[in-house]
Design a protein around this ligand. Structure first.
Ligand SMILES: NC(=O)c1ccc[n+]([C@@H]2O[C@H](COP(=O)([O-])OP(=O)(O)OC[C@H]3O[C@@H](n4cnc5c(N)ncnc54)[C@H](OP(=O)(O)O)[C@@H]3O)[C@@H](O)[C@H]2O)c1
Length: 228
């Protein structure tokens, strides 16, 4: 495939490495080449199969709008834009493109979501839940998109409108650690996922790009990763 990668930072650079290992042709555009979406005109995108975005919350929705309007499929790993998700879903559906997003493209975290969903049955008994997330000090958004996805899972399973509290820590170079603690008067249940490197995110994003090529529709990676 011909991939255009937006953002060649900590995660994007690994996406480029893994995509090349899987024999895709990868073009990259950083903040200079892509100022005001300069890399995302229909002419510049004409031979691109999928655009992958690992940039920043302030610019990602502009990237999505430009790519979708140009009819290009996308994989979006950037977080911090989910308050606009309904508008973006409509845009993707109107333009009949393919779109996969995830707060976390690691297969391990998506298994962790399933574990959290199973354990959340406790909330229908005498348990309360807390979510803790730790990331490196440079992370721009808090709470993490992954923590919010866990919160949403707990809300769906418990049927309670009051969301589980999320506590965020920003320190050092922590790649990404998420904990769910379920507590009753009698015991505590701990669930924990600790990312050892960013490679898991990058591998998942490349697999998602391979999966979405030539497809239409708006997908959350947690609903499709089993098909990869
Ligand atoms: N979904 C997942 O699995 C997952 C995993 C890890 C991270 N993330 C998310 O992905 C995003 C990036 O994370 P990161 O840790 O890789 O950040 P990072 O190291 O800061 O990299 C971001 C890169 O985006 C570039 N950039 C900024 N604006 C741009 C634009 N308009 N066009 C093209 N490139 C642009 C930056 O370039 P300059 O340095 O020149 O500004 C930088 O190289 C964050 O939102 C993070 O939460 C998601």
């Amino acid at each position: 495939m011909h991939l255009l990668l937006l953002g060649c930072g900590k995660t994007g650079s690994l996406v480029a490495e893994i995509a090349a290992e899987r024999r895709h042709s990868v073009r990259t555009a950083g903040s200079n080449e892509n100022a005001a979406c300069a890399a995302l005109t229909p002419e510049k995108l004409h031979d691109v199969d999928v655009v992958i975005d690992f940039t920043a919350p302030h610019c990602v929705t502009a990237h999505i709008e430009a790519c979708v309007k140009a009819g290009r499929n996308m994989v979006v790993g950037t977080t911090g834009w989910y308050s606009e998700i309904d508008r973006i879903r409509t845009l993707v559906e109107e333009h009949k493109t393919g779109f996969v997003y995830a707060a976390n493209f690691s297969v391990g975290v998506n298994l962790f979501f399933d574990a959290a969903r199973a354990a959340a049955a406790a909330l229908r008994h005498k348990y309360s839940a807390q979510i803790f997330e730790r990331h490196h000090a440079h992370k721009k958004d808090a709470p993490s998109g992954t923590a919010m996805a866990i919160q949403q899972i707990l809300r769906e399973v418990s049927g309670k409108s009051e969301p589980a509290e999320i506590t965020s820590f920003r320190e050092g170079e922590v790649v990404g650690l998420h904990e769910v603690v379920l507590e009753s008067p009698n015991d505590r249940i701990y669930l924990c996922h600790d990312a050892k490197s960013r490679r898991g995110f990058a591998e998942g994003a490349v697999l998602a790009a391979e999966w979405i090529a030539g497809k239409k529709g708006f997908y959350d990676f947690k609903d499709v990763w089993r098909e990869l």
